[in-house]
Design a protein. Structure first.
Lengths: 328, 329
């Protein structure tokens, strides 16, 4: 063992410019580290992610929380926050809500928490379903492939946004009946499930295409001739080769779901008050925006920054993992 | 060629049938009680039971589906005797919350949606493809970088936020336009344009961003192909090389996306119709969600899905015309 290490170190000493084979991961990582857009957007995302995870710590430190009412900062007649920018002060850095006096900053980071929870969970569900169906479809071929293919066609032909809206009321009720806590817990579960169930066919198509070509490769053939079981071939041999397209798809799907959650809450079928959400905050902002424009611009800008950062990062990951991409 | 079209049409009809059943099934089996939803807060047990019988909800799902399907061709009468409601063919169901046939409600709302969709479609297709081609031809220069940067951001913007921001500045702050109030174009063309211009622009900008990206990458791919070099070597004018050779070869994915997007838009731009208070299919859909009316939702879902499937068919046929490589023998 030590001998091997020695030989290696000596070899690298002898010729530092020795050309080494690099894996796709190493190449991609090398590209990403030099990609300024990626670094900046990742830092922004990491910042928001940490803020969302440690939301209780941050709000506790600042002495604010997203639910408690604060009538002291409101004008007793009409409930308008006292002061400009929605009553922004040291106590309430981004102001308070009209009529309730709930702290906007705390509601934003708690809203971020819910939004990211939905986006990540739905994306994970899509990745699981899409990968599973894609691998099976591509590897089995024949009637299995054909029936999964038709199922995907059917799901893709559904006006899925409309279906999400249309089924929200009844399905949320169903989930409550099944024992999911009533209210937003049921609504959030519904959103995650429905986004996942209608989202997987796109990924499954991509995965299927990859598997169709992978299954003809020598390493799969050798695994088959060595007598490996089908699950082993699927998940130990083929799956590790699929992570690049899956990762790219997942990073670009996250911002879509962040935006979708906001839109649904905006329309009144997603997360509802008193729980905070960007969409609901934007929806409520139109009532008071002539007097307090910050109600519109603070959550809106935050939403845009997050979605753009996710998209930029996703684009960079895609470029970095593209084997055909020219060196830059 | 005609055999190809016939086969595609047959597949489409089959898909439609399958889809209508799936939609019907999804909506019929999921809710707790459709009959209870028909009358809202004024329900008595008697009305619920009456409506249940009228809607045929006491029958099995397959019978219900058959009734629904046959109503499209021969019409349907809900209930018997004096209180019977007649829904003439083609009947897409009856809305008890609005006491009108669903199809009539949909046709009522269709014009606003169609105007919104077509207007935005023209703008974003011309704008998006144009910018994409321009950007590809200026690859790597500042024009290209500006266009790709702006389009990435435009692509990421949530439509409802942009809609709200535009209303806030253009209508409330600067008062350049009155509040949106939809009228038929032949009644008052000026007010129609004043209402539609903002939703058109917002919708078009969001979609154009996507088409710019798509066109640019397609153009870059085809421009590096051998037949482009051949075309240039033949001494063709650059305009012909770009317009006739490069753009045409790269057009197929753009046509696909455009067909599906137009179909989706014709099903109602739910968010923008809500924000700009346009009386279209999208706002009908959202109002039927918030004030539950299953039959309207089934109707709209089916219409939208039909648009999507028909668009798929048209796109497939268009392919054969645009790209000789796809043409079946």
């Amino acid at each position: 063992m030590s001998q091997v290490v020695e030989t290696e170190s000596r070899a690298s000493e002898a010729d530092p410019s020795d050309v080494k084979g690099r894996s796709l991961t190493q190449i991609a990582w090398g590209r990403l580290r030099r990609d300024k857009t990626f670094i900046v957007s990742t830092i922004i995302l990491a910042f928001f992610l940490l803020a969302a995870i440690f939301a209780p710590v941050i709000t506790g430190f600042l002495g604010v929380d997203p639910y408690s009412l604060d009538p002291d900062v409101l004008d007793p007649a009409g409930g308008k926050p006292i002061g400009p920018w929605g009553g922004a002060s040291w106590e309430h850095p981004l102001g308070v809500e009209w009529g309730t006096g709930r702290d906007i900053f705390a509601r934003l980071i708690y809203g971020l928490r819910i939004s990211l929870l939905i986006a990540f969970s739905a994306t994970i569900l899509v990745v699981i379903l899409g990968t599973l169906f894609g691998i099976i479809s591509g590897y089995a071929r024949g009637w299995v492939d054909a029936s999964i293919g038709r199922l995907m066609d059917l799901i893709l032909a559904f006006p899925f946004f409309l279906i999400i809206l249309a089924l929200s009321g009844t399905m949320t009720q169903r989930l409550t009946d099944l024992g999911v806590p009533e209210g937003n817990a049921s609504r959030i579960t519904y959103l995650i499930l429905v986004l996942g169930i209608f989202g997987w066919p796109y990924l499954a198509r991509i995965v299927r295409g990859e598997v169709l070509s992978l299954r003809e490769r020598e390493f799969v053939e050798s695994a088959v001739s060595l007598g490996a079981s089908t699950p082993r071939i699927l998940f130990r041999e083929i799956l590790p080769n699929l992570w690049a397209p899956i990762l790219v798809y997942a990073t670009l799907l996250l911002p879509v779901y962040v935006a979708t959650e906001a839109v649904l809450s905006f329309l009144g079928v997603g997360v509802l008050p008193p729980d905070p959400s960007f969409g609901a905050m934007l929806g409520a902002s139109t009532q008071y925006w002539t007097l307090v424009p910050s109600y519109l611009f603070i959550p809106g800008t935050l939403l845009v920054i997050i979605v753009v950062a996710f998209n930029l990062a996703g684009d960079s990951v895609r470029d970095a993992l593209d084997p055909k991409a020219a060196k830059r | 060629m005609s055999a190809f079209v016939v086969r595609r049409v047959l597949i489409m009809l089959l898909m439609l049938l399958l889809l209508s059943f799936a939609v019907f099934f999804l909506f019929s089996i999921l809710p707790a009680d459709v009959a209870r939803l028909t009358c809202g807060k004024i329900c008595t047990d008697q009305t619920i039971e009456l409506n249940r019988a009228r809607l045929g909800l006491d029958k099995s799902i397959f019978e219900q589906y058959w009734l629904f399907l046959s109503a499209i061709f021969v019409g349907r009468t809900y209930g018997v005797g004096e209180g019977a409601l007649v829904c003439e063919a083609p009947c897409l169901g009856w809305s008890f919350t609005k006491s009108e046939p669903v199809l009539e409600l949909i046709l009522d709302r269709l014009p606003a949606t169609v105007f919104l969709a077509l207007g935005a479609f023209v703008i974003f297709l011309i704008g998006g493809v144009g910018l994409g081609v321009y950007s590809a031809l200026r690859r790597g220069r500042w024009q290209d970088k500006a266009i790709t940067g702006v389009s990435l951001i435009g692509y990421s913007l949530p439509s409802f936020f942009i809609g709200l921001v535009v209303i806030f500045f253009v209508i409330i702050r600067w008062q350049l336009l009155p509040f949106p109030d939809y009228v038929n174009p032949w009644e008052d063309p000026v007010q129609f344009l004043q209402t539609m211009i903002l939703p058109w622009i917002v919708l078009a900008v969001l979609y154009a961003a996507f088409y710019t990206r798509l066109t640019r990458s397609q153009m870059l791919e085809t421009l590096s192909e051998d037949f482009i070099r051949t075309a240039r070597a033949k001494g063709l004018k650059e305009r012909v090389v770009i317009g006739k050779h490069a753009l045409r070869a790269g057009l197929t994915p753009i046509v696909t996306a455009a067909g599906l997007d137009l179909a989706g838009l014709l099903g109602g731009a739910i968010i923008l119709e809500t924000i700009f208070s346009l009386p279209g299919l999208g706002s009908l859909a959202i109002s039927s969600v918030l004030n539950p009316d299953q039959s309207i939702l089934v109707g709209i879902t089916l219409i939208t899905a039909t648009f999507i499937i028909v668009a798929n068919l048209i796109v497939d046929i268009l392919y054969a015309f645009i790209d000789p490589r796809v043409r079946p023998t």
